[in-house]
Design a protein around this ligand. Structure first.
Ligand SMILES: [Mn+2]
Length: 358
C-alpha cells in the first residue's frame, strides 16, 4: 500500500509539498494538470514538470486524479471519437512519465455533489454534507451557485466553470440517455482506451458516483457491486480497474465496502483506494467525518484489513477531511484532518501487518 495525498499543484493548492512530505509515512502524490481543458491532450512536458516537482520533495507521482472524460463521450455524440483519440494520447504521455494509475469518473454533468460544503459538526469542526431533502428544493442552477458560494474561492474539482456554464444545453442532451445507454457509452469509451492503457502499463480506475444514486433525473451507473461487476466485464482487462471510494460508494448503506474490496480484489481489479468515513443519519442524509471508525458509519478496520488481505500494493489516500483547528481552504482538502486520517489509516495498517506476522 502506498499512502498518498491529493495535491492540486503549486498554482492551485494552499498546501505546499514540503508540508505533505512531513506527514509520517506519506509516499505518494495524487496529482493532475488542472489547467488543461477537459478533452484536450495533456502535454508531456507539463506532466514531467509536475513529476519533477513532486520527486524533488522525495515523493512519488504514479497516480493521476482525474483525467476527466469529455461530456460528448458520456453522451455518445459523434465527436466522441476525437475526444477518445485525445484521451489515448494523454494516456501515452502519462505512461511515458511512469504513471501507473489514472482515476476518472463517468458521472453525467455533475461530478461529486453536496448540499453543504461546511456543515458545522458537534465538535465545532466543519465538513461536507448531503441532504436529499435540501437537494429537492434546488434547481441545477441554484445548486451550482451554492457550490461556488461555499468554495472559499477555490475551483472545486469537477465543478470547473467551463464544464457547467452550459447546464441547460447539457440537460437537454441527456434527456434520451438512460442507464443502459450510459453503460453502452462507457463500453465504447473503454474499448477505445483500454488497449492503450495496457500498452502503457496504466490501470484505469473508475471512481464511484458520489452520491451513488441518480441526481436531478440524470442517470448514474457507478453505484453498486452489481454495476461495478458489469463495468469490469465491459472490457476484460486488468487495466479496466476500479477506485474503491468508501465515502462515496459507502454512502449507500447497502454497499458493504469490505466485502466489495475483497470481491474485486480477488478479480485483480482494485487499482486505487479512497478511504474516508461518513456518518449516515438515514438514507439520503449524511455528512463526512473524521476517519476514525467510531466517528462514522464505516468499519475502517475491516476496510483496511480487506485491502491487506487482497495483497493491495497500489495507492490509498485519505480522500476528504474536515476543516479543523481554524484551517481554511478548498472544502474537503485541508491539510490537518487529512494528515490525521493518513496517520490513522497507517496505524490500522501497521497493526494488521504486525498481527499477520509481517
Ligand atoms: Mn473518492
Amino acid at each position: 500500500m502506498i499512502m498518498s495525498f491529493r495535491w492540486y499543484g503549486k498554482q492551485h493548492d494552499s498546501i505546499p509539498l514540503q508540508y505533505i512530505r512531513q506527514i509520517p509515512g506519506m509516499r505518494g502524490i495524487v496529482g493532475a494538470l488542472f489547467d488543461v481543458p477537459v478533452g484536450e491532450v495533456w502535454p508531456l512536458e507539463k506532466i514531467l514538470e509536475l513529476k519533477r516537482e513532486v520527486e524533488e520533495q522525495g515523493l512519488l507521482l504514479e497516480t493521476i486524479e482525474s483525467v476527466n472524460v469529455h461530456e460528448d463521450i458520456k453522451l455518445g455524440l459523434p465527436s466522441r471519437d476525437q475526444y477518445i483519440e485525445n484521451y489515448v494520447k494523454t494516456l501515452r504521455h502519462l505512461g511515458k512519465a511512469g504513471i501507473k494509475v489514472v482515476c476518472y469518473n463517468f458521472m453525467p454533468v455533475f461530478d461529486w455533489l453536496r448540499t453543504d460544503l461546511a456543515k458545522v459538526l458537534s465538535d465545532g469542526s466543519n465538513a461536507l454534507s448531503f441532504d436529499e431533502t435540501v437537494l429537492r428544493g434546488l434547481t441545477p442552477e441554484t445548486l451550482v451557485e451554492e457550490m461556488y458560494k461555499g468554495s472559499n474561492g477555490f475551483e472545486l474539482p469537477g465543478w470547473e466553470k467551463s464544464r457547467l456554464k452550459e447546464l441547460q444545453r447539457l440537460f437537454a442532451l441527456y434527456k434520451d440517455i438512460d442507464e443502459e445507454r450510459l453503460f453502452e457509452n462507457l463500453r465504447y469509451f473503454l474499448q477505445g482506451i483500454i488497449p492503450a492503457a495496457e500498452e502503457c502499463g496504466i490501470k484505469m480506475a473508475i471512481h464511484p458516483d458520489d452520491p451513488p444514486w441518480s441526481i436531478f433525473g440524470l442517470p448514474r451507473i457507478v453505484t453498486s457491486k452489481k454495476n461495478l461487476e458489469r463495468i469490469v466485464n465491459l472490457v476484460d482487462s486488468p487495466s479496466n480497474g476500479l477506485t474503491l471510494c468508501t465515502g462515496s460508494l459507502g454512502s449507500n448503506p447497502e454497499n458493504n465496502m469490505p466485502e466489495i474490496i475483497r470481491y474485486f480484489g480477488k478479480l485483480g481489479r482494485v487499482a486505487f483506494g479512497h478511504v474516508r468515513n461518513i456518518q449516515i443519519h438515514k438514507p439520503g442524509l449524511f455528512n463526512e467525518t473524521a476517519h476514525k471508525a467510531a466517528e462514522g458509519s464505516q468499519d475502517m478496520y475491516e476496510i483496511m484489513k480487506a485491502f491487506y488481505d487482497i495483497g493491495f500494493t497500489g495507492p490509498i489516500r485519505p480522500d476528504h477531511g474536515r476543516m479543523i483547528w481554524g484551517e481554511t481552504g478548498r472544502p474537503g482538502y485541508g491539510l490537518y484532518d487529512r494528515a490525521l486520517g493518513a496517520n490513522y489509516l497507517q496505524g490500522l495498517w501497521d497493526a494488521i501487518c504486525r498481527q499477520e506476522g509481517r
